[in-house]
Design a protein around this ligand. Structure first.
Ligand code: IMP
Length: 451
């Protein structure tokens, strides 16, 4: 298939938190110097988290807004496939405005078809958490219930907020009030997290809930529109660069992840096709990069991955790489690199290249242990996203020598890479089956090498 020039997609190529926000930041900033960039996000909502660090050391976490919102010459689009929490989104816009010196550099467009994820959803999820196992790991941002509204055919959309359909909002509140009452709780009193509050707050009465939304409607309306004409026109003009920023990761997709620690959105590039109503076929995107961590993998939740790591090394990596959730602050589980799983995610993700982050997480005289395949009942088997299956496999490992952390952190070009790092990259790329686009060699913005 002929690809569309100047188009890039970045997605999590494992179980999340691979550091793709930073890669997107870099590509947006570099390409925006040459011309207009459209940054499009099609999935997830306030469950994502990506911290942007400024030169003066100030940090700000983006959750719903795509990276690129700090860059001149960009249009950032929050697509139909997203679930958006208006109050948190307004707070994020306020923080971005403040950090940008009073004026936001990018143009923000919210698709009027994007689905609302409200305090009602957060409250329902909080109550469900006590009631069923599957919700326990959720970020508490009401993502699952908001997507469930779509499947149950009663979602509220941004358009309903903009036109302020009071009747629909009332019906929505009453539905969640009954659901929560059915589980023995009161919606108005249920506590929910908010981006602008340190403590959780009660959802409040129907009147209070409606009034808050009315105010949010006024403030968000200027950003809400139908984005399809704009998308069609810009996609047809190959001079405009497109950067697709996926949220979460293939291993968290409800169909391709290990249940129950899965999110609810389509984390594959397929989500772009549906979110853009077919305007953008993801197979036409020229660069489709699965972002993974180079020397280990991380996982949040109760899923048990086969490549369990020695706990002393896992603890060291957790501290050195700050492996704590950006949204929930939860410590992440650390496991050995699993090429069997990564091959599966590459295929499901339609990746044609890889970005490897965290190349500096290596230790002297500690070889890198890599799972190259599984055995089950004496037979070679491939990865499957099923906990029962994964409990029965035995990983087969090889070890490769590590490299100097100092050397890799200072490397500016491919030629500066230690020999061991180059051999490792060749091996991983060959085994996963696609070339490498870029690596990162340390936490600073400039510590990245494009292949
Ligand atoms: P939800 O997305 O809040 O519904 O959470 C469902 C599952 O996805 C939980 O196990 C979360 O920890 C996981 N999850 C959601 N977003 C992320 C992320 O950005 N990184 C890692 N895990 C995530």
């Amino acid at each position: 298939m002929k690809t569309r020039k100047n188009s890039f997609a970045f997605f999590g190529g494992a179980y999340g938190d691979e550091g793709k926000g930073r890669i997107v930041d870099k590509y947006v900033s570099d390409w925006a110097k040459k011309g207009e960039v459209v940054v499009y996000r099609d999935n997830g909502g306030a469950n994502a988290g990506h911290t942007v660090e400024f030169e003066d050391g100030k940090r700000i976490a983006l959750h719903q807004l795509p990276s690129g919102v700090f860059v001149e010459n960009t249009v950032v689009i929050l697509g139909k496939g997203m679930v958006l929490h208006p109050a948190d989104l307004l707070e994020e816009i306020r923080q971005v405005r403040q950090a940008s010196g009073g004026k936001i550099k990018a143009k923000i467009c919210i698709d009027e078809m994007a689905v609302l994820s409200l305090d009602t959803h957060r409250a329902f999820e909080a109550v469900l958490k006590e009631w069923q196992e599957g919700s326990k790991g959720a970020t508490g941002r009401g993502i699952g219930p908001a997507y469930a509204d779509v499947l149950l055919r009663h979602p509220l959309r941004m358009r309903d907020l903009a036109t302020f359909s009071e009747e629909k909002i009332k019906k929505h509140y009453l539905l969640y009030e009954s659901l929560i009452f059915g589980l023995g709780r009161k919606l108005a009193e249920t506590l929910v997290p908010r981006l602008d509050k340190d403590e959780k707050i009660p959802v409040g009465t129907l009147e209070a809930f409606t009034e808050q939304l009315r105010k949010q409607s006024r403030e968000l309306s200027p950003y809400i529109s139908s984005v399809f004409d704009l998308l069609k026109e810009r996609w047809a003009d190959e001079k405009t660069t497109f950067i697709f920023e996926k949220a979460q990761a293939i291993g968290l997709d409800p169909r391709y992840g290990v249940y129950p620690d899965v999110t609810s959105s389509d984390t594959t590039l397929g989500g772009i096709l549906s979110s853009t109503e077919g305007i953008i076929n993801p197979e036409k995107i020229e660069t489709r990069a699965g972002v993974i961590k180079a020397t280990y993998m991380s996982s949040v939740g109760i899923r048990k991955l086969p490549t369990t790591m020695d706990e002393t090394l896992a603890t060291k990596i957790r501290e050195d790489a700050n492996e704590y959730g950006a949204t929930t602050k939860r410590p992440r589980g650390i496991v050995y690199l699993d090429l069997s799983a990564l091959r599966f995610f590459r295929e499901m993700g339609l990746a044609n290249c890889l970005v490897l982050t965290h190349m500096d997480i290596v230790y002297p005289n500690v070889p890198i242990k890599i799972c190259v395949g599984y055995e089950k009942n004496g037979k070679e088997v491939s990865y499957r996203p099923d906990q029962e299956f994964l409990n029965q496999v035995t990983p087969k490992y090889i070890e490769m020598p590590s490299w100097s952390k100092d050397k890799i952190s200072q490397a500016k070009t491919l030629a500066d890479l230690p020999k061991e790092a180059r051999e490792f990259l060749d091996f991983v790329s060959r085994k996963i089956g696609v070339p490498i686009l870029m690596i990162t060699t340390g936490p600073k913005r400039e510590q990245g090498i494009i292949f």
